[in-house]
Ligand binder design. Structure first.
Ligand code: NAD
Length: 267
């Protein structure tokens, strides 16, 4: 039985992860942790997740929570994730990281951790989206630079980073398909007198509103036709079981940085 700690357990994803880890075989949820100010600290993680008492109290001591576990699942905030990851390295615990919006320095700290413990780090843990990453790369390669690529994503109004980590992964997949470096061709939103669209550009756009769980469309547009590849998540069940699967997969692996394509055997 693999012992799991959920970091950010009272958050939107944290609650879905509590439900998914209780439903999964071969996995035991042993600890749940939150920031001290969270009103759920001291209360049962199952109650926060809407499944009733499960006998796992949400604590505010990340070190103690990780010590009890084999693997941590972190869906928190970009400023918190590197410190949590460093604690995993110090304690020799595997990590499944779902948090997005990390800047270059924060990302480098996570990569450093992966030299010491196994880490799965994915911008999206859903099976459908991981299939879409492959399809987008394939489409970009097949259609070539005459097809303009635009990526549009929509999320709920609580989301704190933009564009979504998933939109960036889709953009990277599209750029890889055309053998481009994303940093050289990406344009984030447009405003004002932008001039004509240069060939080879990849446009990335974020919409925020209501309770949208996550919509992503990759548009390939050329003279006379367009192809649109769309994924819509209608619930956080799209992501949470994948993250729990990743926790089972990564425990006991060699140190290194893995992604969901590794977990699903899509590479
Ligand atoms: P949320 O704000 O609802 O939840 C985050 C929780 O983490 C909060 O309860 C917060 O108190 C807690 N937290 C923050 N810092 C912490 C720390 N140091 N220790 C313990 N707990 C801490 O946000 P959410 O919608 O659940 O999303 C969380 C993250 O997961 C975001 O970065 C989001 O983009 C990402 N996300 C990733 C995927 C994926 O498949 N990779 C899917 C959905 C969301």
């Amino acid at each position: 039985m693999i012992k799991v700690a959920i970091v950010g357990a009272a958050g939107r994803m944290g609650q879905a992860l509590v439900r998914a880890s209780r439903a999964a075989e071969g996995v035991a949820l042993v600890s749940a942790v939150e920031i001290p100010a969270n009103p759920w600290v001291g209360r049962d993680a199952g109650l926060a997740a809407g499944i009733g008492d499960i006998g796992v109290r949400i604590g505010a001591d990340t070190r103690a929570a990780l010590m009890a576990a084999d693997v941590a699942i972190d869906f928190t905030f970009h400023t918190a994730a590197p410190g949590n990851a460093a604690l995993c390295a110090e304690l020799g615990k595997a990590l499944v990281l779902g948090t997005t919006g990390l800047d270059a320095a924060e990302s480098a700290r996570v990569r450093e951790v992966a030299a010491h413990v196994p880490v799965v780090w994915a911008s999206n843990y859903s099976l459908g989206m991981n299939l879409l990453f492959s399809l987008v790369q394939q489409a970009a390669k097949a259609l070539g630079p005459d097809y303009d690529i635009e990526i549009v994503e929509a999320h709920h109004h609580f989301k704190k980073d933009a564009p979504s980590g998933t939109a960036l992964s889709l953009a990277k997949a599209a750029a890889a398909g055309r053998q481009q470096e994303l940093d050289r061709v990406a344009v984030y939103g447009r405003h004002g007198i932008t001039g004509e669209r240069p060939r080879g550009e990849i446009g990335i756009h974020a919409i925020r509103g209501g309770d949208v769980v996550g919509d992503h469309t990759v548009l390939f547009a050329a003279a006379g036709e367009r192809v649109e590849l769309t994924h819509r998540a209608s619930g956080r069940e799209a992501f949470a079981p994948g993250a729990v699967l990743a926790a089972r997969w990564v425990t006991g692996r060699a140190p290194g940085l893995y992604d969901m394509q590794d977990v699903l055997g899509l590479k």
